[in-house]
Design a binder for this molecule. Structure first.
Ligand code: NAI
Ligand code: OAA
Length: 340
């Protein structure tokens, strides 16, 4: 309890002085799962994390005991799978990652996970809003297009919503885009930066290849590549054959996003990550959340960057994306209204 409070005080101080303490408590909810475990491992290896707080409805303390033997300075605590454990896990957290939820099986869409995961995310959001209302919340649980609006509605209902601190993690789409384009072009993925906008499922994932190093990609090569980026998740679901979806690549992507937020919180300027946030970009078309490049700062979203110039083909992809995205967002909002 005392330790948790102490970390919070340090974080409070840093809000005023970026160069002060580097202490950061990071909580993972769903820490014993397929994503939760490797994500927690990567966070244990991150020197910017001083305290790692792990919660799961089963297995949290075991994962924590295991990770706590790794010889990096951070402390690791696994909390009891009850309301008191969850509260203690959350208190003082600067970042809360939520990979808690059921993954897809072959033949399912991400939206098919809604019935199970909506209430899981809603309940965790309620606990987070009460225990750590100022933390950055990073939603990994699918369907991200709906679970992020669910968190925002919960926070609104509790009067603590700050749109600058709520993120849907879409980093994996960008990671895939960079890797897939490098495979086609026989280049080093480290040098491939592909902007991916929209949401995080199927046709709502919109890669903007015209803004990449390979703007001239066209025809069937382009179509195949765009399709692979949009449906990359399905490749893994199919290959795992009933055992779940992407976990290791997702852990890497989640850890990268958390690292970017910590870098920005700890005073680094110009940190840009693509992420699904409440966004003004398509509000005039009734779409309140949209993934685009976002500059991060000590308080979360510093600046939402414009989508930029797109070609006719990409504009069509965006138009298609917006139709689905609007419905997915509304579904999340309606869920919390009907099931507060
Ligand atoms: N945003 C993205 O790019 C991606 C999102 N995902 C999503 O992440 C979620 C998790 O996937 P996996 O880790 O593979 O699933 P998993 O089933 O391996 O792990 C989920 C964990 O959540 C825990 N859990 C369930 N309810 C909980 C609750 N109320 N509180 C705390 N923990 C709870 C389970 O005990 C389990 O350990 C899925 O919804 C999946 O679709 C997966 C890959 C990429
Ligand atoms: O495909 C899934 O269900 C998991 C996911 O979101 C991804 O891998 O992008």
């Amino acid at each position: 309890m005392f330790a948790a409070r102490q970390t919070f005080n340090l974080f409070q101080k840093r809000a005023f002085s970026a160069s002060a303490s580097q202490a950061s408590k990071v909580a993972v909810l769903g820490a014993a799962g397929g994503i939760g475990q490797p994500l927690s491992l990567l966070l244990k290896l991150n020197p910017r994390v001083s305290e790692l707080a792990l919660y799961d409805i089963r297995g949290g303390p075991g994962v924590a005991a295991d990770l706590s033997h790794i010889n990096t300075n951070s402390t690791v605590t696994g909390y009891n799978p009850d309301a008191a454990g969850l509260k203690e896990c959350l208190e003082g957290s600067e970042i809360i990652l939520i990979p808690a939820g059921v993954p897809r099986k072959p033949g399912m869409t991400r939206d098919d996970l809604f019935n199970t995961n909506a209430s899981i995310v809603r309940d965790l959001a309620k606990a987070a809003a009460d225990a750590a209302p100022k933390a950055h919340v990073l939603v990994i649980a699918n369907p991200v297009n709906s679970t992020v609006p669910i968190v925002s509605e919960v926070y609104k209902s509790k009067g603590v919503y700050d749109p600058k601190r709520l993120f849907g993690v879409t980093t994996l789409d960008v990671v895939r885009a960079s890797r897939f384009i490098s495979e086609v072009q026989k280049t080093d993925p480290a040098n491939e930066k592909v902007t991916v906008v929209g949401g995080h499922s199927g046709v709502t994932i919109v890669p903007l290849l015209s803004q990449s190093n390979h703007a001239s990609i066209s025809g069937e090569t382009r179509d195949t590549l765009v399709n692979r980026i949009q449906f990359g998740g399905d490749e893994v679901v199919k290959a795992k054959d009933g055992a779940g979806s992407a976990t290791l690549s997702m852990a890497m992507a989640g850890a990268r996003f958390a690292e970017s937020l910590l870098r920005a919180a700890q005073g680094e300027k110009g940190v840009v990550e693509p992420t699904f946030v409440e966004s003004p970009l398509y509000k005039d078309q009734g779409v309140d959340f949209f993934a685009s490049k976002v500059e991060l700062g000590p308080n979360g979203v510093e600046k939402i960057l414009p989508v930029g110039e797109v070609n006719e083909y990409e504009q069509k992809l965006i138009d298609t994306c917006l139709v689905d995205l609007k419905k997915n967002i509304q579904k999340g909002v309606d869920f919390v209204k009907a099931n507060p």
